[in-house]
Write a protein that binds this ligand. Structure first.
Ligand code: RUB
Length: 323
């Protein structure tokens, strides 16, 4: 490790996030915070940085940039990096190291608590005997359903498979383990099954200042169909998903992933000259979402901006940039 080269643990985490071995906004955020703590331990022990506070700081910023570049849409990732780096302080490497490790631990603990708290809020929206429909795999959405079950409510689920990577399978397994009867369907069957559903529960990769919900591709179509069928839909999202840059007019970049997730190379070759596109996320306009459920309570999407201003002020610092 040179003075700005990330520790092996950081490179491994970055690789796992890029390849989606680590995935889902909350899980990405906590892995990134933990990777910064590992960077701090490694930098405090490395010759080039062990006795030079400025070199230590530079190595932390470089590690944060490596992590930051892995997935552009998950705003929880820069929010996690920001949380830890803004709490890095001290005039010796040992103090700096300790501040990073403490901030990382506090961040992970807060994430867990926030998920538990929002789970209670989301569970209150569900009634005994409800059937919910899910899309993709969201630990925040699952927290609501699991909390409802813990409240003694009987809940069953219609789980969308979620092409192209079928994260619905992870949701199906988690819900089955929680004792929830699960019916797995292909994405295109969703509208047909909405008539049998009382509530749609999805997560969010990020949430824009106008209340737009950025989540796994297919969420917006599901929301429009749910509205048309009169089925309420909620987004479960910790405030770590709020996108501070959208307060100043920036739009959220949608991640485009590899075409091999959509079609295998042999099938593509057989078809001949075509384009294949694979956007990972889409934006659900606020008017199609009934509520955003956070650890601070539930909000109509249009009012989420008030909470964002309270939490972030007017914008977002970039503590990983070179001074
Ligand atoms: C995951 C996805 C999830 C959100 C929220 O997409 O869209 O709904 O990230 O997840 P991917 P969580 O599989 O591409 O990461 O509630 O666990 O933070």
């Amino acid at each position: 490790m040179t003075d700005t080269e990330p520790a092996p643990a950081v490179s491994e985490t970055a690789e796992s996030i890029a390849t989606m071995e680590i995935r889902g906004a909350a899980t990405i955020a906590s892995a990134a915070a933990e990777a910064l703590a590992e960077q701090a331990e490694a930098a405090a022990a490395a010759d080039a940085t062990a006795s030079d506070p400025e070199a230590f700081r530079a190595s932390m910023r470089a590690a944060a940039r490596t992590l930051r570049e892995t997935r552009p849409t998950a705003v929880s990732l820069p929010n996690a990096l920001r949380y830890v780096l803004q709490r890095m302080e001290g005039d010796s490497v040992d103090r700096l190291r300790r501040s990073v490790v403490d901030a990382s631990d506090a961040f992970v603990e807060q994430l867990d608590r926030a998920q538990e708290d929002l789970g209670q809020v989301g569970a209150n929206r569900l009634a005994d005997g409800d059937t919910v429909m899910t899309h993709c795999h969201s630990t925040d959405a699952l927290a609501c359903i699991e909390a409802a079950v813990e409240q003694g409510k009987s809940i069953s689920a219609v789980v969308k498979e979620t092409r192209p990577r079928q994260q619905g399978h992870i949701t199906a397994e988690a819900l089955r383990d929680a004792g929830v009867p699960v019916t797995l369907i292909v994405d295109s069957a969703a509208r047909r099954y909405l008539d049998e559903v009382d509530h749609v529960v999805v997560g969010a990769d990020s949430i824009a200042a106008d209340g737009g919900v950025i989540n796994k591709i297919g969420t917006s179509g599901l929301a429009v169909n749910a509205r048309e069928r009169g089925v309420p839909i909620m987004t479960a999202a910790q405030t770590i998903k709020l996108h501070p840059e959208t307060l100043t007019g920036h739009t959220v970049e949608i991640e485009m992933r590899d075409e091999t997730e959509v079609i295998d190379p042999d099938a593509r070759e057989e078809i001949g000259e075509i384009d294949v596109e694979n956007p990972a996320f889409d934006v659900t306009p606020p008017r199609y979402m009934d509520a955003i459920v956070t650890e601070h309570g539930q909000f109509p999407p249009e009012s989420i901006v008030t909470l964002m201003r309270e939490l972030f002020g007017e914008g977002a610092a970039e503590p990983w940039a070179e001074p």
